[in-house]
Design a protein around this ligand. Structure first.
Ligand SMILES: C[S@@+](CC[C@H](N)C(=O)[O-])C[C@H]1O[C@@H](n2cnc3c(N)ncnc32)[C@H](O)[C@@H]1O
Length: 303
């Protein structure tokens, strides 16, 4: 299937999930995996029976991954729309005054929680390609009384923000849905300020699983088939310019498929592109590229 068709399938499925939450307060998770299971008519039925393709998968997604306190901070619809596979609040360690971007913000749960963490002097953006999700998120933000938030229409492969616009990029279970993951990693790097950080939750495959193995374990729209392996993440992040990349498995979503925390940092000084970093930190390159500070090789002024 062509990438554009896959992306349209993803958009349509999440549009249906948003519509279901808005109209009936059904749990969005029920709709996303409707192809693989039944189509329950209430949130309670959905949670109790069939969605996510089975018990282990059910427990790996959605609002159960947040504390009762976090769920209590938000409108019921924002919680019901939760479709993530982790809790970026636990990953990103947000501080007052920071600017945060949530990629694939869905019904807005992580944007609204971020907005509270960064306070009035900070700001939280959400980007999503699905109009129905954006509408749901904006309604949830109004209901929550959040003033330091904005939801923008766009794709995570072409983020509608200028360079160096945010201090932190978070994302909850969306990178696996992208048909162009290198573009997403490059865009995360572009919109981060130097020294900014990534705190992502995603489904990540064990390194031994082939593309076919991953597809056997779940659907693309259900966040399984499109997952990167741990090694692919750890190659891709430095390739995009990040340093200190790490992928930590937290819980199993399907055999060999894990809910995971992904962290990385954009180098602070930004005096040289990553490919040149090694060379420019040699003594003869320092004056041209790394400034005048006396930094030993490996701890150069580039970082
Ligand atoms: C699995 S849901 C996660 C939503 C939210 N992060 C959460 O935790 O509830 C995926 C969301 O990402 C959006 N999405 C998927 N692919 C996208 C892309 N390439 N660009 C922008 N948004 C995308 C979908 O519209 C949907 O709202």
């Amino acid at each position: 299937m062509a990438d554009a068709d896959v992306q349209e399938q993803v958009r349509a499925r999440y549009a249906a999930a948003a519509a279901a939450v808005s109209a009936t307060e059904r749990d969005a998770l029920a709709v996303v995996d409707a192809d693989q299971c039944c189509t329950p008519s209430t949130a309670a039925e959905a949670n109790a029976s069939c969605c996510g393709g089975g018990g282990a998968v059910d427990a790996a997604f959605g609002s159960a991954l947040y504390s009762a306190g976090e769920r209590g901070e938000l409108p019921v619809e924002a919680v019901a729309a939760s479709l993530g596979c982790g809790n970026p609040m636990a990953v990103a360690e947000l501080r007052a005054g920071e600017r945060v971007l949530d990629l694939g913000s869905g019904g807005g749960i992580d944007v609204l929680l971020s907005a509270r963490r960064v306070g009035d002097t900070g700001f939280a953006y959400g980007v999503d390609m699905t109009e129905e999700m954006l509408a749901l998120a904006r309604t949830n933000a109004a209901e929550a009384g959040a003033r330091n938030v904005e939801f923008r229409a766009g794709t995570i492969e072409n983020i509608p923000l200028p360079d160096a616009a945010v201090d932190v990029v978070i994302c909850n279970c969306v990178i696996n849905l992208s048909t162009d993951k290198p573009a997403v990693l490059a865009e995360m790097f572009r919109v981060l300020t130097p020294g900014g950080r990534v705190g992502v939750s995603d489904v990540v495959a064990a390194d031994h699983l082939t593309v076919a193995d991953r597809a056997e374990r779940g659907s693309y729209v259900g966040c399984i088939a499109g997952a990167l392996t741990r090694a692919e993440y750890l190659d891709g992040l430095p390739g995009a310019g990040f340093v200190d990349a790490e992928v930590v498995f937290t819980h199993e979503a399907a055999p060999g498929m894990h809910g995971a925390i992904v962290r990385a940092t954009k180098p602070a000084a930004g005096c040289c592109p990553p490919a040149e970093e090694q060379a420019c930190c040699q003594p003869e390159g320092k004056a041209a590229c790394c400034g005048t500070g006396q930094h030993p090789v490996g701890e150069c002024g580039c970082r």
